[in-house]
Design a protein around this ligand. Structure first.
Ligand code: GDP
Length: 364
């Protein structure tokens, strides 16, 4: 599955957000730094209105959304790359995630201590980015030193690693994150394996006050500007509202959202933004028993997409019967789509499209 790490300075609202996300009290929010010491891991269903429509048409008994994992990563402070706070543990946890949801404090509240004594999300973002860049630099230096012997032995893999590490080092020394390095297709895999922290895609999460959840505030406006200039994305959310919503029944939650002037829960936007950030797509399997969503990377071919369900589906792949989402809806289901000639038989080179309704045929 795909993992998003929730990071941010202490007391910005990470645990509150994580609690809301997972609807558990596992990550206890408390008004002091370092309260989230162990990384908390939670799986959430990815909201997708299409799945409900498919299930309604097919009369599916069960609806199973695709899932995404969130990891609440312990507070990072200035100096973390030098081992301050929970520095090293933080860095180890963040290496394993696919993307970073960076929570920024955009709410004013005199009762909640800010580690720097002022609300300034753009500077906070820079503080964390700087720590991540320093950590990358340090790990690059160590790794390059370790490669020296292999390089003397003309080891091809070591040469590739060293070349990529040197490219990252050059931009980092220039004060830029490693993600600005342009990597050739043939280096892409090795580059990803380096697991540099500043190559992870970033989604800024502006945690605003309850009254500002719909439109944000001056702080979130500055974050939006910064995100746009970096080519990163941002979402505006009130962690406190989300936590309240997460404790309500669905119909109560809908009423609450309407009262607050919100079209949908911020968490739904957050999860989808994470999905987009990772270039993920969804295909569906639909039947009377269940309607289910599955996550793939954009551009995945039919056999690999089948492999997401089960390895045997990929190994024994014969073909896929495919109906585009819009056709499935327009024809009122599989039977109608079949009669209208909208069900296609696709082979091993078919690139699965977002929303495809798939049925795989395979040898066992
Ligand atoms: P973490 O250290 O980043 O995990 O932060 P927490 O989620 O523990 O939040 C720190 C404190 O800020 C808690 O007392 C929360 O109740 C409070 N808090 C979180 N989000 C908001 C918010 O949007 N508005 C206000 N006023 N307080 C918040």
């Amino acid at each position: 599955g795909f993992k998003m790490g929730i990071v941010g300075l202490p007391n910005v609202g990470k645990s509150t957000l994580f609690n809301a996300l997972t609807k558990t009290a596992a990550a206890q929010a408390a008004n002091f730094p370092f309260c989230t010491i162990e990384p908390n891991v939670g799986e959430v269903g990815v909201p997708d209105a299409r799945l409900d429509r498919l299930a309604a048409i097919a009369g599916s008994k069960q609806i199973i959304p695709t899932r995404m994992t969130f990891v609440d990563i312990a507070g990072l402070v200035k100096g973390a790359s030098k081992g301050e706070g929970l520095g090293n543990q933080f860095l180890a946890n963040i290496r394993e995630v696919d993307a970073i949801a960076h929570v920024l404090r955009c709410f004013e509240d005199g009762d909640v201590t800010h580690v720097e004594g002022r609300v300034n999300p753009v500077e906070d973002a820079e503080t964390i980015e700087t720590e991540l860049m320093l950590a990358d630099l340090e790990s690059i230096e160590k790794r390059r030193a370790n490669l020296v012997r292999k390089l003397k032995g003309n080891d091809k893999e070591a040469q590739q690693q060293d070349r990529l590490l040197a490219a990252a080092q050059a931009v980092l020394e220039n004060g830029q994150p490693a993600r600005v390095v342009e990597v050739d297709a043939e280096d892409a895999k090795a580059w990803k394996m380096l697991q540099l922290l500043t190559t992870k895609p970033v989604l800024y999460v502006c945690n605003v006050g309850e009254a500002e959840a719909a439109d944000g505030n001056e702080h979130s406006a500055k974050v939006a500007e910064m995100a746009a200039s970096q080519g990163n994305s941002h979402v505006i959310i009130s962690a406190q509202i989300e936590e309240e919503i997460s404790q309500l029944e669905d119909d109560e939650a809908a009423m609450f959202l309407e009262e607050m002037g919100l079209e949908e829960a911020g968490l739904d936007r957050l999860i989808r933004a994470g999905y987009d950030l990772l270039h993920l797509e969804t295909y569906f399997t639909v039947g009377p028993k269940e309607a289910r969503a599955w996550t793939i990377r954009k551009g995945m071919l039919a056999p690999q997409a089948a492999g997401v369900i089960h390895g045997d589906f990929e190994k024994g792949f014969i073909r896929a019967e495919t109906i585009a989402y819009d056709d499935f809806i327009a024809c009122n289901g599989e039977q109608g789509a079949k009669e209208a000639g909208k069900m296609r038989a696709e082979g091993k080179t078919y690139e699965v499209k977002d929303g495809d309704v798939m049925h795989f045929l395979f040898n066992t």
